[in-house]
Design a protein around this ligand. Structure first.
Ligand code: AMP
Length: 209
């Protein structure tokens, strides 16, 4: 199974990807994580991407497509994966179609104010990548690792990222709906990650029948 996880920053794509990985054994490909890995290692791709990431803008398609294309070529035909944070533009979605067949696109619906509230208190574990709330924990509740705040999780950058999502990524909803691939989940309000995941599983089971 090959899935695309679609939703605004902070919609919970990464958290749901971890559940999906555990349940279905799918590999998790996050373009944001790939950029942060490149940045940590000071590669040309990482250094080029940094200025866009810091501004809450999208990294140019050409760079993202090259990096993602290379990653996708590591997978054999029968290996499943989910793409988290890719595609984010129609050009990227068209590029993806030339690389692989996608079985479903899960759209995580959530309102902007919930996102701002969530991301301004988001912390990530340096060791295991678990996402948690900085007001509730000072160490990772799973592995006791050190927590850090992402540079782009400040309110100004969050608002830019949301604007970019509405303008450049939302057209993908129409794109994938027209292809009959869209599976929509309510990920907003006070819904717990486990509740969102139960809806995802239900949708995937239903989609198979
Ligand atoms: P994320 O971790 O998915 O929130 O991504 C962090 C940042 O990486 C984004 O705000 C963009 O600057 C960049 N990025 C990640 N994926 C893409 C993509 N598919 N297209 C363009 N920029 C991306």
């Amino acid at each position: 199974m090959r899935l695309v996880l679609l939703g605004a920053p902070g919609a919970g794509k990464g958290t749901q990807a971890a559940f999906l990985k555990e349940r279905y054994g799918l590999a998790h490909i996050s373009t944001g994580d790939l950029f942060r890995f490149n940045l940590k290692n000071q590669t040309p791709v990482g250094l080029e991407a940094k200025k866009f990431m810091d501004a809450g803008q999208l990294v140019p398609d050409e760079i993202v497509m090259r990096m993602t294309g290379e990653k996708l070529s590591e997978f054999k035909n029968n290996e499943g994966f989910m793409l988290d944070g890719f595609p984010r533009t129609v050009a990227q979605a068209e590029f993806l179609e030339t690389k692989t067949k996608i079985d479903g696109v899960i759209l995580f619906n959530i309102d902007d104010e919930t996102i701002v509230k969530r991301l301004t208190s988001r912390a990530v574990c340096r060791d295991c990548g678990n996402v948690t709330n900085i007001h509730e924990h000072d160490k990772c509740p799973l592995c006791n690792g050190e927590l850090y705040r992402r540079d782009d999780d400040n309110e100004t950058t969050i608002r830019s990222r949301l604007k970019v999502f509405h303008e450049q990524t939302e057209p993908l909803i129409v794109f994938y709906r027209a292809k009959n691939l869209l599976l929509e989940v309510n990920a907003g309000g006070e819904k717990k990650p486990e509740e969102v995941f139960a809806s995802v599983v239900e949708l995937l089971n239903h989609d198979k029948n």
